[in-house]
Write a protein that binds this ligand. Sequence first.
Ligand SMILES: Cc1cc2nc3c(=O)[nH]c(=O)nc-3n(C[C@H](O)[C@H](O)[C@H](O)COP(=O)(O)OP(=O)(O)OC[C@H]3O[C@@H](n4cnc5c(N)ncnc54)[C@H](O)[C@@H]3O)c2cc1C
Length: 373
Amino acid sequence: MNTTNDVLWNDQPWWACESIHAHQTADVCVIGLGASGLSAIVTLAQHGFDVIGVDAGMIGGGAAGSNGGFVLAGLAAFHHDAVDALGHHRATTLYQLTLDAIADLQKEEPGLRMSGSLRIAADDEEYADCLAQFRVMQHDGLPVKTYEGSEGRGILFPNDGTFQPLYRVRRLAQQATTLGARLFERSSVTTIQSNLVTIEQYHIQCKHVIVAVDGRLEQLFPQLRSIVQTTRLQMAATAPAHDVALSRPVYYRYGYDYWQQRPDGRIAIGGGRDLYASEEWGYNPNPTQNIQSVIEERLRTVVNTSAPITHRWGACVAYRHDDVRPFVGLLMPNVWACGAYSGTGNIVGCIVAKAISRTIIENDARHLEPWIN
Ligand SMILES: Cc1cc2nc3c(=O)[nH]c(=O)nc-3n(C[C@H](O)[C@H](O)[C@H](O)COP(=O)(O)OP(=O)(O)OC[C@H]3O[C@@H](n4cnc5c(N)ncnc54)[C@H](O)[C@@H]3O)c2cc1C
C-alpha cells in the first residue's frame, strides 16, 4: 500500500507564493493559510487593513485543502450533545451562526452543492441516538428530518452540502491577494510576541497577530496542551464508481466514518481514527496501513463499491478536550488564536477567524461572545 500523501483535491496547477526573505511590517499578521486564516485576511483587507499571511507549508496544504469537503451546520458535537454541554440557548445560537454562514457561502462559492447530508446509524443503539438528536433539533427549531433510504436509517440535514475544499481555499487566496494582502508560503513561524512574529532570521512587526492554525495549535502555544491535542485524520478516494449512486454525503458510526460521491463519480471516504486513536495523535500527516485498511473495508462492505482506490492521504487537525466549542482566545496582548475544531472546521473555522477580525476592526469583542463565554 502506498502511504505517501496524495490528495484527491489537488488536481489543478496552482501558483506558488514566495517564502519570506526580508523583514516586514503590517497592521495584522495572520499565521496559517487555510480557509480560516484566509477568511480572516479577506475580512481585514476588505476593511482597509494592511495584512500579511504566512504558512509553514503551502496555501491549502493543511486540513482545509485536504478534508472530506462536507459543509456541515453545527459544531463537531451533535446538537443534542452540544445542548447537554452548553444549554439550548447557547448551542442553538451557535448552530444558527453556522446555518447563516452556509447561506452566505452559497452566494460566493460556485462549487457548493446544497445536497443536504445524512447521519446514518450503524446499529439500533445509534439509531436511538439519531432520534434523540432529531427531537432536540426539532424542539430548537433547527432544520432536520428523519430518513430511511438506500443508505440506511438515520436523519437528514437539508441545509448541509459539499464543496471541493482546496478550490475553496484557493479562491480565498486569490481574493486576499486581489485585495492587496501579502501571502508567504514555506515560512514557518518560530516565535510569536505581542507585536512581533519571527520566521527564521526575519521579523514581521505588526499591531495584531491572528494564529489560525488548527492542527499544531498546541505546538505554537504549549500552555494549551492540557486542552488541545493534534491528531491525524485520513481519507482515500476511488476512481469513478459506476456501481453506486450517492446523492448526499454520509456520516456513519457517530461520524467516525464518512463519505461522499463527487459529480465525476469518485468516492471520497474517511474515518477509522477512533479504532487506532493512540497512533493518530501527533503531527505526521501521512496515511498509515492500519487506518487505510479500515477505510478500505468500509468502502467495500458499507458503501458497497468495487471501484479501485486511486488516492490516499491524511492531514492534521486539533481536538479540544474540555469544551464542545473550538478554542478561541487572546493568548497575549494583541495575539488572538483559534483552532481545535475537533474534525469539523470548514464552516466553524471561518466563522471564528472572521469574528476575530471583526473584533480587531471594531475594537469590540461582541462577535466572539458566544464562542468564548
Ligand atoms: C481528512 C480530514 C477530513 C475532514 N473532513 C472535514 C469535513 O468534511 N468537514 C469539515 O467541516 N471539516 C473537516 N475536517 C476538518 C477541517 O478540515 C479543519 O478543521 C479545517 O479545515 C481547518 O482549517 P484551518 O484553516 O483552520 O486550518 P488548516 O487548513 O490546517 O491550516 C492551518 C495552516 O497553518 C499552518 N501552520 C501550522 N503551524 C505553523 C507555523 N508554525 N508557522 C506557519 N504556519 C503554520 C499549516 O501549514 C496549515 O497550512 C477534516 C479534516 C481532515 C484532516
